[in-house]
Design a protein around this ligand. Sequence first.
Ligand code: FAD
Ligand code: NAI
Length: 478
Amino acid sequence: MSKQFDVVVIGAGPGGYIAAIRAGQLGLSVACVEGEAYDDPKGEPRLGGTCLNVGCIPSKALLASSEEFEKIVHHAEDHGITVSGAKIDVAKMVKRKDDIVGKMTGGIQYLFKKNKVTLVKGFGSLSGKVDGGFEVTVKGKAGEEKVVGKNIIIATGSKARHLPGIPVDNDTICDNEGALKFGAVPKKLGVIGAGVIGLELGSVWRRLGAEVTVLEAMPTFLAAADEGVAKEMQKIFTQQGLKMHMGVNIGEVKATKKSVTVNYTDAEGKEQKLACDKLIVSVGRVPYTAGLNLEAVGLKTNERGQIDVDAHCQTLVSGIYAIGDVIRGPMLAHKAEEEGVMVSEIIAGQAGHCNYDTVPWVIYTSPEVAWVGKTEQQLKAEGRAYKAGQFPFMANGRALGQNDSQGFVKVLADKVTDEVLGVHIINSHASDLIAEAVMAMEFKASSEDIGRICHAHPSLSEVVKEAALACDKRQLNM
Ligand code: FAD
Ligand code: NAI
C-alpha cells in the first residue's frame, strides 16, 4: 500500500525543499524525494540540491577564502599592514567549504523534521495517475517504495551543459562539480564560457595564483547585464589579470592526465592554442529530467529540455507543478525558492504570487555585480522614455575607508512617472545593496522616493540614494 500525501515534491534543491517546508507550514501532508548523495561520506542522499552541494554555497565559500587571501597578500599594505610569507593551504580551504556545505545540508534535515516533511530517499519516477493522485516510484539504497501525491511538485533542477568532444572527467576537465574541489592551485587554468560560473570560479583560482584564460563564444561580454556595467566589469577583470578572449570558436580539445590543450579560432579567425593544467567548462546548464518518466502522466519536455508551465508553475496536467531550474526563467536559487512558496500556497488554497520582474541577479566576484529590473539597452529597445542617475563609490567616504571605491550605482527611472525601472550596482557589497532596489521596485517606488529616504552615514547605501537623486541631477556630494 503506497503512502498518501497531499503533496509529493521530487527534488530537494532550493526549489523543492522550500516548497516542502512551506507546504508543511500550511498544514499539508508532504513528502520530499531526493536521491543524490553528492560527496556524502556514507553515500546517503544529501539535501539542498545543486545550490547547497555543488553551486551557490560552496562557490561563495571558496570566493570568500580566496578574497581573504588576496586582501592579505595584495591589499593589507594599503592599510599600513605588512604581511610576509602568506600561503594558501588548498586542502584546508576546501575542507572549510565542505564543512559549511555539511552544516547547511544537515540543517535542512532539521527543518524537515520541524515542519513534518517526510524525506523519501531515492530517485523518483512518475508511474501514473492512481486513486488519490499521482504515484511516484522511488528507487533508493533500501529498495523500491511507492508514494502517492494528490499534488506533485517537480523540482529536479539542472545539470551542467557539456560540449561534444570535450569529455568532462571532473579531474582535468571539470564542470562546476570538479572545479569546486581542486587539490592544488593550477598553474594555468583554462575556462570555456565567460558566464557567471566562469567569472566566479575563474576569480577564485586567479586570486590564489593561477594564470586564468577565459574563452568566450560571444563577441560581447556579459550580454545580459547593463552595457555600462558590462563594460566597466570587463575593464576591472582585465586589470585583475583575468585574460579574456571573446568571439572564439572552440575546436579540438586534447587532454592527458595532467594537461589539456584547447584549439580555438580567435575573433580574427586565427587558429590559436591554449595549454593549461585544468580546464573548466562553464557554458550554461540544462534542465534535468532523466528518469522522471514524464510520459506516464502525459507530460514531455519542450525543445529546450524544460517542462512547460503557466505563470503559476502549473504544468499541462492539473495537480502537477514544476519549479526552479527545470522550467523557464533564470536558473537562480532564489527564483526557485519563490516558485516553491507560490506553488505550495496555491495548493493550500491561497493566492500564491511570484514577481518575475523583481528577481535580482548577482555575480559574486570582487567587486560584485548586482541588478534588478531593466537595463538601459532593454529600455531603448522598448522605446521607453527613461532617465538615468549614476553615482560612483569613489565619492563615498565609507567606501574609501574600506578600500571599496570601485564601481557605481545606476538608477533607471521612467521619464514621466519617475517609477524605478532598473537598478545596477558594481561594489563589493552589491548583493546586499540590491535589496533596497528590489524593495523599492516591489512597492513601485519612484527615484524621488529613494532620494528622500534617510540613509545611514557613512554607509555604502548612501550611493544608492545619491544615484536616485542623480536621476533629477540633484545629487548632493558630487
Ligand atoms: P537543484 O538545486 O538542481 O536541485 C534539484 C535536486 O533534485 C537535486 O538535488 C537532484 O539530485 C534532485 N533530483 C533530480 N532528479 C530527481 C529524481 N528523479 N528524484 C529525486 N531527486 C531528483 N544561484 C543563485 O541564485 N545564486 C548563486 O550564487 C548561485 N551560484 C551557483 C554556483 C554554481 C557553481 C552553480 C552550478 C549554480 C549556482 N546557482 C546560483 C544556481 C542554483 O544553484 C540553481 O538555480 C538552483 O540550485 C536551482 O534549484 P532547483 O531546486 O531548481 O534545482
Ligand atoms: P552562463 O549562461 O552564465 O554562461 C555561459 C557562457 O558560456 C555564456 O557567456 C555563453 O556565451 C558561453 N558559451 C556557450 N557556449 C560556448 C562555447 N561553445 N564556447 C565558448 N563559450 C560558450 O552559464 P554558467 O556560467 O555555466 O552558469 C550556469 C547558470 O548557473 C547561470 O546561468 C546561472 O543561472 C547559474 N549561476 C548563478 C550564479 C549566481 O547567481 N551568482 C553563479 C553561478 C551560476
